[in-house]
Design a protein around this ligand. Sequence first.
Ligand code: NOJ
Length: 564
Amino acid sequence: MLKTETADLWWKSAVIYCLDIETFFDSNGDGVGDMTGLAQRIDYLAELGVTCLWLMPFYPTANRDDGYDIIDYYGVDPRLGTHGDLVELVRTAKDRGLRVIVDLVTNHTSNQHPWFKAARSSKDSPYREYYVWRDEPPEDTSDEVVFPDAENSLWTYDEKAGQYYLHNFYSEQPDLNITSPAVQGEIAKIIGFWLELGIDGFRVDAVPYMIETRGVADRWAKEFGDPHVYLKQLKAFMGRRRGDSIMLGEVNVPYETMFEFFGGPDGDELTMMFDFELMQRLYLAFAREDTAPIIETIQRRPQLARHSQFANFIRNHDELTLDKLSDEERQEVFDAFGPEEDMQLFGRGLRRRLPPMVAGDPRRMRMVYSLLFALPGTPVLFYGEEIGMGENLDVEGRLAVRTPMQWTDAKNGGFSSAAPSKLPRPVTQGAFGPDHVNVAAQRQDPDSFLNFMTLLARRYRECPEVGMGNFEILEHDVKEVLVHRSTWDPFGGGRSSSVLVHNLSPRATRIKVRLEGVDEGLEVADLVSGERHTIGRSGQLELPVDGYGYHWLRILYADDSRLV
Ligand code: NOJ
């Protein structure tokens, strides 16, 4: 079977791992994670099966928004390392077969960025046009703010500038004026710089906010035209600089609008996007122990261009937003997974990680992550998920899930030898703290969650049909069990087809499905348990499924030459 496409379209069968260098591993004992520390842990990530690192912002920052408020797009936060350390880190990652993508945060800068300082100092500054200003007091935008705990308007009056400026996020994060050719030139230069340093692409922050023209003077907006044309230009520019680089966009909008951000059937805008819609429906399905929300959602996904791809996730670094659910549905998820007020955020999300939500039930955790790897798309892990880390609700807001990585059961979970007071934020305590959840112990235990996740990553990589192929939902009559089939036959060189089974409930059951075009007598191999099942008359497959059980069943076609 020809499999070269898995390398050419590498992002479609990648295992992406998001981490913040600051909280991953501290190599010099100053309390803050650093690039050298991460470089020392690359082997760990390679062993886990990660193929692409996503580095959260590591640039010089005013730290109002944990690095998402940048002061210098070309710099490296000196607490984390130097350019030299970064180059060594990227080189080490590449040597172990990992690509590296970095956050591109160009909807806004920090208000401490030299551009903003210059812009506010004078109307005549060439940097004035880099931001979005207005003279008149703004209309009421209190219901549009992203961080309602801190802001009540999208506009703030700047005394020095004598005008109001736009900020979709914190007031310390003034929005850039994307319609300005000078700003467009700056963004292109930033992209070019990091590509030149060997970076494989970008996780693009807040894309819909970035390309919108709200508040921009009419003359600018008119000249700028359709924002999607700009996104196409940016993508084309990146492609000219480096053909196999990707843009993974943060675009939390309904599917129809997402499709536009992909560039529609041409796929000439963002390469990938996080599937926020499916993530939210997964939690609803878990809460109800009913597959209907998953099936209904996944079938609504638009048909993408061959090289475009959805990115699936169970957890990211922000609040686990449930904004696309109805009030009643959101309440169901809150009741099931975060009933206390302190576990919720902004009225729309949860600030918990999955394991505490399911009281650490190992069967349920395994089923959820098996499903993450089995869903059509590319799985994205948030650091610590592979060992089942929990959150620390004593830490403020969204940061509750951004606690230090737990390497051992020693002081600070082995993250740093510094005094605990020097850490960016305290290590998680209690049942999910390092005494119970850490890498070192799980490495020694063949039955650990870490080893299970490693196995999942391996099986997913061995089944490119999951990420690269087409899928169909297989109908049957047990609503708690999701059965889907992924098939890939790129060049007619051999069929790869797998049937993925996931039981969302704790009750054992039996399922019976029909596999179209599969002959009686053919076998399927369970890639997790090693069991085999024989296909019955008219393609019937029947098998028992444990409570929270999961199966990765490869159809053993004669022309599928893969090792089982
Ligand atoms: C989205 C990021 O994920 C979030 O952490 C950040 O606060 C906002 N964008 C603003 O950059």
